[in-house]
Ligand binder design. Structure first.
Ligand code: SF4
Ligand code: SF4
Length: 291
């Protein structure tokens, strides 16, 4: 059977590369399975450009990145990190043209126009995240906001989180390969797959009985719900309590620390101070998640 090549271009903007590191830590499938084997029968991911892990560098890889538009067939654009827009976008550049650096902003628009879908990987790419935190001197924005500004209608799947769980990315890619673009009812209002972001952290937290009983820890070492010491689980949509991290070893509340709300728009500004209870819930809740 002929193996179909599914082309991916992966851009990195203002971020820490943590989303890539998280995906590299995928356990099932492993990154080797993802890049070398058939992710689903008859389909192979062809990762043509990834600034951190590709072996090549310089002009040849920029050519590969741009040639994806010339060759026939769809491609998916993965964007990790926010896109700086201030100062002509020169806070992030990708290669050169005629000896002059080209902004990520410009590369993103060029590639986004013809992409069959964009995966905004991580909170920075989905909503701006840490690079867009106050006072945001680089004018960082998430992918969807930029597309809206530019009046570009390209399907975007937000795989938020700081960093996102590797399963959230791998599951999203596998869905695209098997079924194509998710139907609108499979995404939440923020464009995230409900399969991973459909429930509040608070709904499945093993410390929830403490919350319901009103037994709250006053410091991180105490038994009880961590709400009073800053847990954002009641407003944060993610399946961390059931999926857990590091191949199901543990998750943040299981390790005795509050959920920081890392999958939500407005993170980190409106989720901080991290270890302090949010004082005005009703005011903050609709800003964290407008549902
Ligand atoms: S620790 Fe956090 S997520 Fe768990 S019950 Fe308390 S507030 Fe909810
Ligand atoms: S528990 Fe909260 S802070 Fe931790 S990864 Fe999940 S959503 Fe993010």
């Amino acid at each position: 059977m002929e193996v179909e090549q599914k082309r991916i271009i992966w851009l990195q903007g203002a971020g820490c590369t943590g989303c890539s590191i998280s995906v590299l830590n995928s356990v099932s499938p492993t990154i080797k399975n993802l890049l070398i084997d058939e992710v689903v029968p008859g389909q192979h991911l062809s990762l043509l450009f990834h600034p951190t892990i590709m072996a090549g560098s310089g002009e040849p890889v920029i050519e590969v990145m741009l040639d994806v538009r010339k060759e026939k067939g769809p491609y998916v654009l993965v964007v990790e990190g926010a896109v700086p827009t201030a100062g002509g976008g020169f806070f992030a550049t990708v290669g050169e043209e005629d000896g002059r650096p080209v902004t990520l902003f410009s590369r993103f628009l060029t590639l986004a126009r013809e992409a069959s879908a964009i995966i905004a990987l991580g909170d920075c790419s989905s909503f701006g995240g840490i690079p867009a935190g106050r006072p945001n001197p680089t004018g960082c924005k998430g992918v969807k906001d930029i597309l809206t500004d530019e009046k570009l209608d390209v399907p975007v799947i937000n795989v938020s989180g700081c960093a996102p769980h590797p399963d959230w990315f791998v599951g999203t890619v596998a869905y695209l390969l098997l079924y194509g673009l998710p139907a609108p009812d499979q995404l939440d209002e923020l464009g995230r797959p409900k399969a991973f972001y459909g429930k509040l952290v608070h709904e499945n937290c093993p410390r929830r009985p403490y919350f319901d009983e009103g037994k709250f820890a006053r410091d991180l070492s105490e038994e009880g719900c961590l709400y009073e010491v800053g847990c954002k689980g009641p407003f944060t949509y993610a399946d961390c309590p059931t999926r857990k991290w590091n191949n199901g070893v543990n998750w943040v509340v299981g390790a005795g620390s509050p959920c920081l709300g890392c999958t939500e728009p407005g993170f980190p500004d409106i989720c901080g101070p991290f270890y302090r209870k949010i004082s005005d819930l009703e005011k903050v809740k609709p800003r964290i998640n407008p549902r």
